[in-house]
Design a protein around this ligand. Sequence first.
Ligand SMILES: Nc1ncnc2c1ncn2[C@@H]1O[C@H](COP(=O)(O)OP(=O)(O)OP(=O)(O)O)[C@@H](O)[C@H]1O
Length: 625
Amino acid sequence: MRYEAGWSTHDGSFLELNLRAMIARMPGLIAATVRLAHRADRRALRQVAGAEIGGGIAQAMGLIAVNQVLVHLLGGGATVDKLIAAVPALTVVAVTAVIGALLRSASTAGTGRLEPKVFRVATEEYLERVARVELSAVEDEQFHKLLDSAQWGAESARRMIRFCTSVVSASISLAAAAGVLTVLHPALLPLLMLMTLPSAWSSLTIARRRYVSFHTWVQHARAGQLLGRLLIDAQAAPEVRVHNIGPFLLRHFRMMAETGEREQTRLAGLAARTGLVASGWTGLATAATYTTLGLLLWTGTMDLAVAGTAVIAIRTGSSNLDALVIQLNYLYEESLFVSDLDTLCKEADKRLIPETGRPLPAQLRSIRFEDVSFTYPGDHDTPALDRVDVTIPTGRIVALVGNNGSGKSTLAKLLCGLYAPDSGRVMWDDVDATEADRAELFDRIALVAQDFYRWPFTARINVAIGRATAPQDDALLDEAAAYAGADETVASLPRGWNTLLARGYRGGHQISGGQWQRLGIARARHRDARILVVDEPTSALDAEAEQRVFDQIRNMAADGQTVVLITHRLHSVRHADVIYVLERGRVVEEGSFTDLMSPDAVGTFRRMYRVQSEQYAYEPEPAEQ
Ligand SMILES: Nc1ncnc2c1ncn2[C@@H]1O[C@H](COP(=O)(O)OP(=O)(O)OP(=O)(O)O)[C@@H](O)[C@H]1O
């Protein structure tokens, strides 16, 4: 499941993974992290910033004081006098060390507080958007790939806080050491930089490879995890056992994991080689630095006290510079994932369901599909709906029937405003659904989809979620449950309405498919919308419950509610005002039950009805003579 890196060029970021680009982008990245942290917790941010800046100043002062101590100790005079003279500087060294330690712990506490908050803010930012994008975006493979990689972004944003703190701290310490070195001798600073360049190059190269590899293999990793999860999934568990699917899944899990391992091994080998080359160059640069120092001493250009401070400053400076490069590199690597998150937010913004639109008619007369065609993205040749004309009059029952894959559910989804037609229009009287206020449109529809969602919450929430924003009213919930025949189910649950319907959690309970379906119908009833779209509402119901649901659907239409009924139970569409028969995305027949059953009709419905009714025909065995 390798990906071409092409998609990653959406931001082209990894291609810019070189030192110049990194330095150019760094202020922007730090500013973005600071903004995120500011939104998450201002006080903690101030605490971290104050502690880091204070810590850097303390370190610089400490280094200057060390220089003073060495000057006193290596100067002329009696040892006791030299020690007494060094006491004030020694005190400064001790005090700055204590202050530094206190500030470091303040920074650690602040960072610890900030990190989880930044993670939450970043996560909410994309979740909030993704929940509002068009359904077509959620089903789009490219968008999904972006979702996969961007999900790491929130975790990266969290880690960036720590790396940002380390970068600021290492930069201040480095500035202190560099300042001291420049004062000691101007040649020392460039030499220090030279010592660090190879490790900077090596970390960047390794980071670049890791990022490219991540993007190439991201969906492969997800698919591997999916296989692993299937083995422990409660729903798959019966088949896994009875059909002995465990070894099959495990074998494929191993195969996918091994591909991942090979990639990791390849990266590790390359990293080891790059690291070795870098270490060689660092060794040469270090030798050059200390040779220069030796020469300066030998020629008398530098005295011993200064050389001692220089060695300390070089050691501090090079470890600061190493830390800075490593932290900058981590920061940069994480920022690439944060930029994926940013890209996801931008892409999601482009695909958001519009928040405004034309108001729908208050007294709607009908919804009309006018010459509507629709093809799912990727299915270029086979339209799911092909030039369909359908009229749904208000307060009537409209039935959609047809073979599997004939386009019934797709038509229902277009009606619900989940997809827009490729051509043709869905008109709510004189308002085109694509221009309509979508929130208002959704508000008018209650949907019992074929694959309605089994929320892993309590029975109460499973029904109340039909009107998620309204306050919960037990009387209304009871009424909806009674309507759908779910009242007995609820009464039989160990904790009634408050029973958790999620196996695998404490107190979780499992109900049957039919009982779920009753709850799904109760949910749609509780929504109390003007148009009810029911897609195979009774597939899991027993015969009596099924009859009851269809009777109630009839009553609803009598009360003025519009019902769009999709079903394979053809006897249940007898009472529909109009029946549309679909075949391969086209309407091939329409009319009332009587019209379609008449000998003059096209005959598709009649044929389907006859096949079904023959299955129910009961002829008693002839009595034995
Ligand atoms: N989300 C989707 N993405 C891509 N193709 C889809 C999607 N949903 C349905 N299709 C395709 O569109 C066609 C019509 O499917 P649809 O679900 O509308 O049929 P249906 O009449 O409701 O079938 P059934 O009676 O089996 O529920 C089918 O060929 C199906 O493969």
